[in-house]
Design a protein around this ligand. Structure first.
Ligand code: FPP
Length: 256
């Protein structure tokens, strides 16, 4: 561990100690949570670090939060790692994020193996490097029969892109007679998240309050929870506060 990492770990421990906490009802844990892992860049800037340091710290947070979700019985966790729009960032930063994800997947035994976690990557992977595409296939294959939580990593993912792709597939199948009709259930099955349960809670740290093209179709009835804390400082306490808040909501799905 470097000195920088040591100070980071101490700081995070202090944040954890002082962060607000809440009780959660273990009988009403959301089955599927989406997280927009935002604020890595600002977190790094405030500390005079490089943006890539912020992403590295964010990757560590992802390990901790995945671990916690496994412990409390969240079945699906979908995290936004790289959007179809993130290619506009400087090449150096894009490369740093891609390398970090490759490193994460390569070491995934160490990171999430203990939780028996199934890993899938959602998004258009054809634009990714060959080595990353191969690693993704390897990790998906290696973890596919695991029975713990599923971690969906959204990579080169865009909600609009996902819907357009699904529409093309549906139109083609309708044209060639493979299907007779397009309904919501069928359309949902064409999303990258396939038959995963509904996304019940979407969390966005760092103070921004928008979806940014994340899970547009899947979020139709999601509850949203926002926090000013940047993702690298996010802890299981924040998750408890988010889940506890979610558990108090009155979900009506358009009814009364
Ligand atoms: C948004 O923060 C974050 C990203 C675009 C990258 C998220 C990537 C990671 C957490 C890296 C690890 C991922 C995996 C799957 C290992 P931002 O850079 O937009 O922050 P800012 O709004 O403060 O600039």
């Amino acid at each position: 561990m470097t000195v920088k990492e040591l100070f980071g770990a101490i700081y995070k421990k202090l944040v954890f100690l002082f962060a607000q906490d809440a009780q959660i009802d273990m009988d009403n844990i959301p089955k599927h949570i989406g997280i927009i892992m935002d604020g890595n860049g600002r977190w790094a800037k405030r500390r005079g670090l490089k943006r890539s340091d912020g992403h590295r710290a964010g990757a560590k947070t992802l390990e901790d939060i995945t671990d916690y979700c496994g412990k409390i019985g969240v079945k699906y966790l979908t995290v936004y790692a790289f959007s179809t729009e993130n290619w506009k960032r400087p090449k150096e930063e894009v490369d740093a994020i891609m390398n970090l994800i490759l490193e994460y997947l390569t070491n995934m035994e160490k990171f999430v193996g203990g939780r028996d976690c199934r890993i899938r990557v959602i998004g258009d992977r054809t634009a990714l490097s060959q080595v990353l595409q191969e690693k993704i296939l390897e990790v998906e294959e290696y973890t596919k029969d695991r029975t713990g939580p599923t971690l969906n990593i959204a990579l080169n993912y865009g909600g609009r892109d996902e819907i357009v792709r699904a529409a093309k597939v549906a139109a083609e199948k309708l044209n060639n007679g493979e299907i007779k009709d397009i309904n919501e259930e069928y359309f949902s099955s064409l999303m990258y998240t396939g038959n995963d349960p509904e996304v019940e809670l979407i969390i966005r740290p760092s103070g921004e309050k928008r979806l940014s093209n994340f899970l547009l179709w899947q979020s139709a009835y999601s509850e949203f929870w926002f926090s000013n804390t940047c993702w690298p400082d996010f802890t299981e306490k924040h998750m408890r506060v988010a889940i506890s808040d979610y558990q108090k909501r009155n979900r009506r799905y358009g009814g009364v």
